[in-house]
Ligand binder design. Structure first.
Ligand SMILES: [Fe+2]
Ligand SMILES: [Fe+2]
Length: 366
């Protein structure tokens, strides 16, 4: 292969810049390139709902019956009664002592989300009174997006951050009053899977890995940055927005929906790119032992997380109870949840007395 052709093919994979003379950065230049995202005083996370579905076996059966995890999520007639949702309320206190609120993700089943926003939290009133400062969609998975009617029926004119990597069905649900249906292969019937009669009318900020000014991140406010990781995800979804908070005197906290890019990638990104990086905390679905089965590679994630020496790890949703229990036993500082979830009208069939998940109604402050 000629040198020019070789370099051209390497450039396509982003490798050339680091191999040619001009692209090699000295340690000083690397340090100078690091981003200062500012600081906040504290970050409080309220787990509104992390029970995206209530029964793992039913969820798994729906997937296997329709071709496995690479199937387009809009072609599976998901068991409606098993749907819940994922949604998180984040309260940031600024260095000046002011509070800002971020609503991340909008759940799956509208009726469950109405119950969560109206009866189990004050989110319905926060939306109606315009007291949510930022709305963030982490990614286009059904359990994070399909319940958005519960939010939009209260206020359509919201500024929403979402990954740029959407598919037509996602945008139709957001903007075009879509009523999506999927075919039940046994009966031949078209089954309701999701709808939204309240189209989004506000500003939609579609995020990509370049970031808003080419620095790889979106700055929501001082001390709060968001990064879009363009990764392929299950069920024909792509890309996830991840939140980073820099808490004064403590360090960086990541908050995720499902953490599809991988928890170690998120922590590595912060270490490589943020000025004065100190690891501190982590919250979210961490997408590890989703179906509660073990593989030796999950031990490596425990080792990896320990190596970062984070001080507080709050996890739930697709993290898997098995991973959270093993990580706790191995000395990862997993924040324990409470029994509050038992006061909800439904809860997950895999919830256990070990309380290694922060589950519905729990709170963690960083
Ligand atoms: Fe999820
Ligand atoms: Fe997901």
């Amino acid at each position: 292969m000629k040198r020019r052709t070789f370099l051209k093919s390497m450039a396509a994979t982003g490798v050339a810049a680091s191999m040619t003379g001009a692209g090699v950065l000295t340690r000083e230049a690397e340090a100078a390139k690091k981003i200062d995202i500012g600081e906040v005083k504290s970050v409080k996370v309220d787990v509104l709902t992390e029970t995206s579905w209530f029964n793992n076996d039913i969820f798994k059966k729906n997937i296997m019956d329709y071709g496995g995890v690479m199937t387009n999520q809009y072609t599976i007639p998901w068991e409606w009664d098993n749907a819940g949702g994922y949604s998180t309320l984040i309260t940031v206190t600024t260095l000046e002592g002011d509070e800002r609120k971020i609503l991340m993700d909008f759940g799956w089943q509208k009726e469950w989300m109405d119950y969560i926003y109206e009866e189990k939290s004050d989110v319905a009133s926060l939306i109606e009174k315009n007291e949510i400062d930022f709305y963030v969609l982490s990614h286009f998975h059904l359990d994070h997006l399909w319940g958005i009617e519960s939010t939009l029926k209260r206020k359509q004119d919201i500024t929403l951050y979402a990954p740029k990597t959407y598919y037509p069905e996602d945008m139709a649900l957001l903007k075009d009053k879509a009523h999506h249906k999927a075919k039940d292969k046994n009966t031949g019937k078209m089954m309701h899977i999701c709808k939204n009669d309240y189209p989004h009318k506000g500003k939609l900020i579609l995020c990509d890995p370049k970031g808003e000014k080419g620095e790889g991140i979106y700055r929501l406010m001082d001390g709060v940055a968001m990064r879009m990781f363009d990764v392929p995800i299950l069920f024909r979804v792509r890309g996830e927005n991840v939140l980073y908070f820099n808490v004064k005197d403590k360090g960086i906290v990541t908050v995720t929906g499902c953490c599809h890019p991988g928890v170690l990638s998120l922590l590595s990104y912060a270490r490589k790119n943020f000025k004065g990086y100190k690891p501190y905390g982590c919250y979210g679905g961490l997408h590890i032992t989703l179906f509660e089965t073990w593989d030796p590679k999950f031990d490596d994630i425990i080792k990896g997380v320990k190596a970062f020496k984070i001080k507080k790890l709050g996890c739930n949703h697709c993290t898997g109870w098995i991973w959270a229990e093993k990580a706790t036993a191995a000395g990862v500082p997993v924040v324990k949840g409470t029994d509050k979830y038992k006061t909800y009208k439904r809860y997950s069939t895999v919830a256990k007395a070990s309380n290694v998940f922060l589950t519905n109604g729990d709170t963690v402050t960083f």
